[in-house]
Design a protein around this ligand. Structure first.
Ligand code: CA
Length: 223
């Protein structure tokens, strides 16, 4: 899952990027509205953390422009405590949720998890596929109740496929959502990681759809 943070306060920006990175997301950052708007329009993010008070272009305008351009990614806005009208303007512009400053990082992370799973159509924090369970809250994966140890990239890969369970995800899409903008992307490495994941999971839930991509589905539903 790839997230964009648009926040002009350098400390807060750094804290958000670090916390989201620690939580297993790939994170890009922008320090003003113009840069943020550009990234959100050109890169495929799974969600965005957007401050409303931004230099160059304010957050509400950024959001309005994205939505007008048909960008549907979930957006969590950051608002100042005494500005209820900001929340209203934010929601009217297309925000999905908000957090009031100053906030606890745990709240941002919890709201982000909820936004990501809701936008993928999941009601709970545990994503299940046959004998495999991925807990988005603890970032743990179990197969038949046994914990599977995964590297952060393996987890990101599996998490993305699980969030889009039952759908075929292309290699290009995976590369775009698993690496940040500065990464030298090579879609051939995805096949290697898929192979390692299959070995670690030991159950037949990770399917290659020839010429199209990959799909997580229960062993019985293998296509
Ligand atoms: Ca600000």
């Amino acid at each position: 899952m790839r997230i964009l943070v648009v926040e002009d306060d350098p400390d807060l920006n750094r804290q958000l990027v670090a916390a989201l990175g620690d939580a297993g997301y790939v994170v890009d950052k922008a320090m003003d509205g113009e840069e943020g708007h550009y990234l959100g329009e050109t890169e495929p993010y799974d969600a965005v953390v957007l401050d409303l008070g931004l230099p160059v272009l304010d957050g509400v305008s950024v959001l309005e422009k994205w939505r007008r351009a048909g960008k549907k990614m979930p957006v969590l806005i950051l608002t100042a405590r005494d500005r209820w009208s900001d929340k209203v303007a934010g929601f009217d512009a297309g925000a999905d949720d908000y957090v009031v400053k100053p906030f606890q990082m745990e709240e941002v992370l919890a709201r982000m998890r909820a936004l990501l799973r809701r936008s993928a159509g999941h009601a709970t924090s545990e994503l299940t596929c046959g004998p495999m369970v991925l807990d988005t809250k603890s970032a743990r994966v179990t197969v038949n109740g046994t914990a599977i140890k995964l590297t952060s990239l393996e987890f990101r890969l599996l998490s993305y496929l699980m969030h889009h369970g039952g759908k075929v995800v292309s290699r290009t899409e995976l590369v775009e959502h698993l690496y940040d903008q500065d990464f030298d992307r090579d879609s051939n490495t995805i096949e290697v990681f898929i192979g390692r994941l299959r070995k670690k999971l030991g159950v037949d839930v990770l399917h290659t759809i020839r010429g199209m991509g990959y799909c997580v589905s229960e062993p019985d539903n293998a296509k």
